[in-house]
Design a protein around this ligand. Structure first.
Ligand code: PLP
Length: 439
């Protein structure tokens, strides 16, 4: 028995995996990862797999980066954990300052405060609660959220409600918040006028219900988990204008797009639009430890300051045991330092261009419907040939030493932002051959 087979048997006996159907999972021969180096994952049988999706879109500098490892070790020697509820600590303060300095800029709104959470979903959850409580504390309680079809904002209840996946809504419907769905400006099924269709619908929804809406939430520029559905910046400018006009907040979920992934520090920069709440996670620590944050506008924060004569405190009633864990903050600080020193955002923009060029012949294949790309967020949609075509392409790529993960029939490429030239070619060659084998 191979080492993998024996670990999988132990896994099957004891583990329940996220978003995984266990009736069939072991038949898919899952990879059992033991260690990692740079862009490579190494399994228990010693096979090397190029990490083509940055371990679920997070490992922006590759694995085992010496500066991040050293920063975590140094922080561990000083302070492992202390609560952020009622006390504070130096890495939490320093990271907040660094994030505010990096935040997209405008005079109004001005992102000036950082609220921490543990992962993308819980940061989205915090943003939704902030938006609701903001509306109540500014004198106009509103409890509806406007969301985009096909959106993914996470798996906690609020995040599922503002997502746009019918499958997930159906599974949990009685538990969900009230939302209004707007067609996605990236939805290819709407045809070439999709941006105008979405724009018109958003205008009509906000015209009719704007005074009941506490926030509009979107993934700016590209809906990642929907299959890398990129869209025009104009839609974000419309959302900004309508949020202002109606008093709703604008929430950008930059969990996937933030920290250089789209070739800019923030996807918001492509549109020149600043939201009232910016949610980030994933790449914040370079993928080393779990952390996320909500960057909040000053006017939102001010609505949470108690005033003489208030009947109830305006406190934000939210916070977890490990909020702003110092080790996570230290990893994030090291990641941001390396990103600045090595112009990782510039590297990401160049890597994206290079991948775009290398993928041109792939896009021209008969079995490929479309290659979508913004920076290094890439979706290669293949035409279905029997069941689970996207999955089978990923399995064929794995046989060639590249680890990928599909979103239905869209194969996602989101490698580390610092991927070298040889590995970049290796990645595209493996995908090319895998598509030839399956499609
Ligand atoms: N928001 C977006 C845009 C995402 O892509 C994701 C995860 O893929 C999430 C939120 C949820 O983040 P997490 O899985 O860290 O909870």
């Amino acid at each position: 028995m191979s080492a993998s087979a024996s670990w999988i048997a132990r896994d099957a006996a004891a583990v329940w995996h996220p978003f995984t159907q266990h009736a069939t999972w072991t038949a898919d021969d899952p990879t059992v990862v033991e260690r990692a180096e740079g862009p490579w994952l190494i399994d228990v049988d010693g096979r090397r797999h190029l990490d083509g999706v940055s371990s679920l879109w997070t490992t922006t500098l590759g694995h085992g980066h010496p500066e991040i490892n050293a920063a975590i070790a140094a922080q561990l020697a000083k302070l492992d954990h202390s609560t952020f509820l009622g006390t504070t600590h130096t890495p939490g303060i320093e990271l907040s300052e660094a994030l505010i300095a990096l935040a997209p800029k405008s005079d109004d709104p001005e992102l000036t405060k950082v609220f921490y959470a543990g992962d993308g979903s819980s940061a989205v959850e915090a943003a939704l609660k902030i938006a609701y409580q903001y509306s109540a504390q500014t004198g106009h309680p509103r409890s509806r959220f406007v969301r985009l079809e096909h959106a993914y904002h996470g798996d906690t209840l609020g995040a599922v409600a503002v997502g746009g996946h019918e499958l997930f809504h159906e599974a949990y419907r009685p538990l969900l918040l009230e939302t209004i769905g707007v067609p996605s400006p990236g939805d290819r099924a709407l045809g070439p006028d999709r941006g105008a269709v979405a724009d018109a619908r958003l205008r009509s929804v906000m015209g009719e219900h704007g005074d009941q809406v506490c926030a509009i939430i979107v993934e700016p520029m590209v809906q990642g988990a929907a299959g890398m559905l990129d869209y025009d910046a104009e839609f974000l400018r419309t959302a900004r204008e309508l949020a202002y006009a109606t008093g709703a907040l604008l929430i950008f979920d930059e969990v996937a797009t933030g920290f250089g992934r789209t070739g800019r520090m923030w996807a918001a920069e492509h549109a020149g639009v600043v939201p009232d709440l910016l949610v980030c996670g994933k790449g914040i620590t370079g993928g080393y430890l779990p952390l996320s944050a909500v960057l909040a506008a000053e006017h939102v924060y001010e609505a949470f300051l108690s005033r003489p004569g208030d009947r109830a405190p305006r406190t934000f009633f939210h916070g977890h045991t490990y909020t702003a864990n110092p080790l996570c903050c230290a990893a994030a600080l090291a990641n941001l330092r390396v990103m600045g020193e090595q112009d990782v955002v510039g590297q990401a923009a160049r890597l994206g261009e290079r991948l775009g060029k290398l993928l041109e012949p792939v896009a021209a294949k008969d079995g490929v419907v479309e290659v979508r790309r913004l920076g290094t967020m890439i979706g290669v949609e293949v035409a279905p040939v029997g069941d689970r075509t996207g999955f089978r392409v990923c399995q064929a790529a794995r046989d060639r030493g590249v680890w990928l993960r599909p979103l239905s029939d869209t194969v996602v490429l989101m490698p580390p932002l610092t991927l070298g030239e040889t590995e970049t070619e290796f990645l595209v060659d493996a995908l090319d051959a895998a598509i030839d084998e399956v499609c």
